[in-house]
Design a binder for this molecule. Structure first.
Ligand code: UDX
Length: 429
């Protein structure tokens, strides 16, 4: 099939490259000329394992191209995906300017029937709005359908998530749209759920919010564990064996970050408010998440007493491992707070150091974990990168000024850490 993907951000790029890899002819569109030029040379501006190879392979095969020309992409594609950014406004609601602009540009360029598919995470009823904008712009002269096909990609495993999804959700309101999307997704081995636009939009919001809720739930349990001397990891294992609950997303720690959960939750709370429902449950999820960051600072204060004049080593800057993304990363907020309190920061992350320094320029970048720990009064683990799990504990201890480890991701075994001579703080252990 011929596809166009408007917006070469994270979701758009993965979508474009993965569909091209399935044999479709794909055009990716972005407004930033330099980015488009780079992409056509196979330079992928985001860090995602496998994405650059996939992009290059499909560029070389002639199935994938990038352009700044929306009109051309609308002419050439039978299905037009809109996957532009939807940043948060200060009140928490999603800023849909880019979505509205894209919809208008598509409408103006429509040469005949096209299926427009929203792929950005958008508030419920955005699909209806896109339809309305397009109807007005085309004055009813050209046929089109609008559909919603939410993505559930995780950074770091986006290609795998695309190729082997748990489910595919198609929000459509005509048979023609359903037929086209079913054809596009033929051969995927997973349930395909066909529903209306608003339900599809809600599935995305409800899923992300539920995952965030699981994380805050286990973090709340971790706080109880700390008070009664129980081990939250074992509690999570015990809960996880119940198939109705499952072990995934029950890792206690410094809380969730990233480009999705914080933004999606804020938008979901806002949408609920707008339609007259106070989603207090989700506000509590946000509160628990924020408190986990306070907890790290409290552990540090307990260990080193005053923060002013201390040197703190941060291991991990990305919001989770296998990405260079620091958006809403706990490390950014904690780093800023430590700097404000007068601490000196030494930071190491295998991929996100450059991005972190844009946010916290006061931090001293380090070449590895031991370099970061050298002369520090405490080490704080904020991202669960695998390489931190296998650190040489004796060496770590020997380079630290004080043997303090605050483990914000529970990657170490508490008895082992204590036996190795550390003053060790985990989360709920
Ligand atoms: C998430 C959703 O998983 C994905 O379906 C959606 O499309 C986009 O948002 P992502 O933000 O890439 O994906 O990361 P995810 O792996 O879900 O982790 C989100 C955050 O939760 C990270 O900061 C992670 O460290 C944290 N987390 C996750 C926990 O603190 N505990 C857990 O048990 C799981």
């Amino acid at each position: 099939m011929k596809l166009s993907v408007i917006g070469a951000g994270y979701v758009g790029l993965v979508t474009a490259a993965c569909f091209a890899d399935r044999g479709h002819q794909v055009i990716g569109v972005d407004t930033v000329e330099e980015k488009v030029r780079g992409l056509n040379r196979g330079e992928v501006p985001v860090y995602e394992p496998g994405l650059e190879d996939l992009t290059r392979r499909n560029l070389d095969a002639g199935r994938l191209t990038f352009t700044t020309n929306t009109a051309q992409a609308v002419r050439d594609g039978e299905i037009i995906f809109i996957s532009v950014g939807t940043p948060s406004r200060s009140g928490g609601e999603a800023d849909l300017t880019a979505v509205a602009t894209a919809a208008e540009q598509v409408a103006e360029a429509l040469p005949g029937y096209r299926l427009i598919v929203e792929k950005s995470t958008v508030p419920v009823r955005t699909g209806e709005r896109i339809k309305q904008v397009m109807q007005l712009a085309t004055r009813g002269a050209v046929e089109f359908d609008v559909a919603c096909n939410p993505e559930f990609l995780r950074e770091g495993s986006a290609i795998e998530d695309f190729q082997r999804p748990d489910r595919i959700v198609l929000g459509v309101d005509t048979e023609r749209a359903e037929r086209l999307l079913r054809e596009l997704y033929r051969g995927f081995d997973c349930p395909i759920l066909v529903t209306d636009l608003s339900t599809a939009e809600l599935i995305k919001h409800a899923s992300n919010a539920f995952l965030a809720l699981k994380i805050s739930y286990i973090n709340a349990i971790a706080n109880l564990c700390d008070r009664v001397g129980a081990d939250v990891e074992v509690v999570a294992d015990g809960m996880g064996y119940d198939r109705r609950i499952g072990r995934a997303f029950l890792d206690a720690g410094v809380g969730y970050g990233g480009s999705c959960f914080p933004k999606d939750l804020a938008a979901f709370v806002k949408i609920a408010e707008e339609v007259g429902y106070d989603f207090a449950l989700l506000r509590e999820v946000q509160k628990v998440n924020a408190e986990q960051r306070d907890l790290i600072i409290r552990h540090l204060q307990q260990a080193v007493w005053v923060l002013s004049g201390r040197t703190i080593a941060l291991l991990g800057a990305a919001f989770k491992p296998n990405t260079d993304d620091v958006r809403e990363s706990p490390a950014v907020e904690i780093g800023r707070r430590l700097v404000r309190d007068g601490a000196a920061l030494r930071v190491y992350d295998p991929a996100a150091l450059h991005n972190f320094l844009q946010e916290v320029p006061e931090a001293q970048p380090c070449r590895d974990s031991y370099d970061a720990a050298a002369g520090a009064d405490a080490v704080v683990v904020l991202t669960a990168w695998d390489e931190f799990r296998t650190l040489d504990l004796a060496r770590l201890r020997s380079v630290l000024r004080r043997p303090v480890v605050v483990d914000g991701r529970n990657i170490f075994d508490p008895p082992t850490m204590r036996a190795a001579g550390f003053l060790y703080y985990g989360i709920g252990r």
